[in-house]
Each structure stands twice: as structure tokens, then as C-alpha cells.
Design a protein around this ligand. Structure first.
Ligand SMILES: [Ca+2]
Ligand SMILES: [Ca+2]
Length: 291
């Protein structure tokens, strides 16, 4: 085969395979680190003391990274913690017994609301959210919209083939089909709340009171409405402590993160690169034939 034909054959193969590559490639939509060592809510919280929880709940619930990836047909939400979420699992399940996480999404779809979907985390939101991914062990994860009726148990989308929650090393990984979650892009904003799971607590959050006990956290207040949240996704620990400060009779107000990224058009980038390659090779061939 002549060199020119060889180059053309390679280009043809590239042109045929690249669209499939573009379709299956992973594109990171959003990623943000969270400080390690800040899983103490507004800076004062302590953990429930029952020995069933082990002595590393603080590290287990300490969020260190949050990444949202476009997988083609699905969106992946990956939460990384300072310690494996299944470091201690006294009650079996899928391996994250102690984690009660909510990912509230601001996508601009729907009416939105600034209170929590269900009463439990005891916070409110600065910007209205319109979807929330409830993460809890024992397949209790659900996807709700702000219009969903909390009083109707049949509302929301339950875990299944197109909505999975699993543990991978230090990560809790949520994967949801795009036709369920809708458009998640560089404009999407997020509130990530990490609490301590309690199947008997409000909205499955373990209450934080003034003094910790066997099954309640400490460092909050008995008479007031403090957040039942140990870690939130925020740039610094100080930012988190400031957001989770509550006042008598007034819920703490959280601010969303994300929504400011620049969208990189990967598919367009690949098409331009291939076009440049084709033009460059064509130019080389013409040049060779002339001389
Ligand atoms: Ca953290
Ligand atoms: Ca944090």
C-alpha cells in the first residue's frame, strides 16, 4: 500500500470510530474538593456515642470531594469521604450504614423551593432547588422533584436499574439515567448535605441536640432549631461553619456551589481536530505529488 493510501485509510478509520468515542466518553461537568476535618457542622458538633458506630464516624462522614460526570446516557454523582463509607457496617445494607446524604440540585427546571423536601436536615436554601437525590442505605435512595408531594409515599423515583447507589473504595457513587434526572450541565448548582443516618429520626437524619447521647449528636441546642448536618460542600471550613450557624427561631441558610463553569464543547473539539488532521494530510499528499 502506498504511503498516501495508508494515511487516507487511517483517517477513514479515525472518522468512523471517533463519533462512537465521543458518545461514550466521560465528561466531568463539575468537581469540587471539600476540606478534610470539618465534619463538625457549624464547628461544634460531636457524634452519638453508641459503640455500634465505632470510633471513626467523624472520618467516615467527612466529605472530601464531589464530582459530577456525564457518562453519555447517565449522570454520575461521586462523593468521596476521608474514610471508606463501609469502614464500620453493623447493620449490613449496601455498606454505608451511617451516611444520610442529600444532593439538592438547582437546574432551573420547575418551580423550585427554598425549604427542605422533608423536615429533617433543619436548614433552608438561599436559591430555590428543583430536584433532590436522597441517599440512604438499604435501598432507600429516591429522586424527588420540588413539586413531589412528601406526604405521598408513592412519589419520587426509587432505586433500580437506571438509578443506582453503591460504594467504591472511599466513594459513594450515584448513577442516574439522563431521562430520569434531566439536564445537568455547567449551569447546574448543588447543595450537598451530609448527616448521620437514623431510621427513626426526622427524614432519616440523626438529631443533634445540646449534649450527645448514645443515639443523638451533641453541640446543637435542645430548644432551638439547629441543623442536623455534619458536613456540607463548601470551599472552606469557615464558610461551612458560617452557613450552618443558626439563630433562635431561624433555620441556617445554605448557599449553592457550582454553576459558573465554562462549557467545553468536546464533540466540536474532536471534529475540528479531525478536520485539521484531514486537511494537514491532504496538504502533505499534494505537496509530495508536486515534488
Ligand atoms: Ca469535609
Ligand atoms: Ca465541608
Amino acid at each position: 500500500m502506498k504511503k498516501g493510501s495508508m494515511v487516507l485509510a487511517i483517517i477513514m478509520i479515525l472518522l468512523m470510530t471517533l463519533p462512537a468515542f465521543a458518545e461514550n466518553q466521560k465528561t466531568v461537568i463539575f468537581e469540587m474538593q471539600d476540606p478534610q476535618g470539618d465534619s463538625n457542622g457549624p464547628g461544634t458538633y460531636t457524634y452519638a456515642t453508641s459503640e455500634e458506630f465505632g470510633d471513626k464516624v467523624e472520618q467516615m462522614l467527612d466529605l472530601t470531594n464531589f464530582k459530577v460526570t456525564d457518562l453519555g446516557q447517565k449522570i454520575e454523582f461521586r462523593l468521596t469521604f476521608a474514610l471508606e463509607p463501609n469502614h464500620v457496617t453493623p447493620w449490613e445494607g449496601n455498606g454505608f450504614n451511617f451516611h444520610r446524604v442529600d444532593i439538592y440540585l438547582v437546574t432551573g427546571e420547575g418551580k423550585g423551593r427554598t425549604d427542605t423536601f422533608n423536615k429533617g436536615a433543619m436548614v433552608q436554601f438561599d436559591t430555590p432547588w428543583d430536584k433532590v437525590i436522597k441517599i440512604a442505605d438499604w435501598n432507600q435512595g429516591k429522586l424527588f422533584h420540588s413539586e413531589s408531594d412528601v406526604a405521598n409515599a408513592s412519589q419520587g423515583i426509587s432505586q433500580g436499574e437506571n438509578f443506582t447507589i453503591k460504594v467504591e473504595n472511599k466513594d459513594i457513587v450515584v448513577t442516574i439515567a439522563k431521562n430520569l434526572i434531566g439536564l445537568i450541565d455547567n449551569k447546574t448548582q448543588y447543595y450537598v448535605l451530609v448527616g448521620h443516618h437514623d431510621g427513626y429520626g426526622p427524614d432519616d437524619y440523626r438529631p443533634v441536640t445540646e449534649q450527645s447521647g448514645k443515639y443523638v449528636g451533641g453541640g446543637g441546642a435542645d430548644e432551638e432549631i439547629n441543623p442536623n448536618v455534619y458536613d456540607i460542600l463548601a470551599e472552606t471550613a469557615e464558610e461551612q461553619y458560617s452557613q450552618l450557624k443558626w439563630k433562635e427561631g431561624k433555620l441556617a441558610t445554605l448557599k449553592p456551589v457550582g454553576g459558573t463553569g465554562i462549557k467545553i464543547p468536546y464533540k466540536l473539539l474532536i471534529i475540528v481536530l479531525v478536520a485539521l488532521l484531514v486537511l494537514g494530510s491532504g496538504f502533505m499528499l499534494i505537496k509530495r505529488r508536486r515534488y
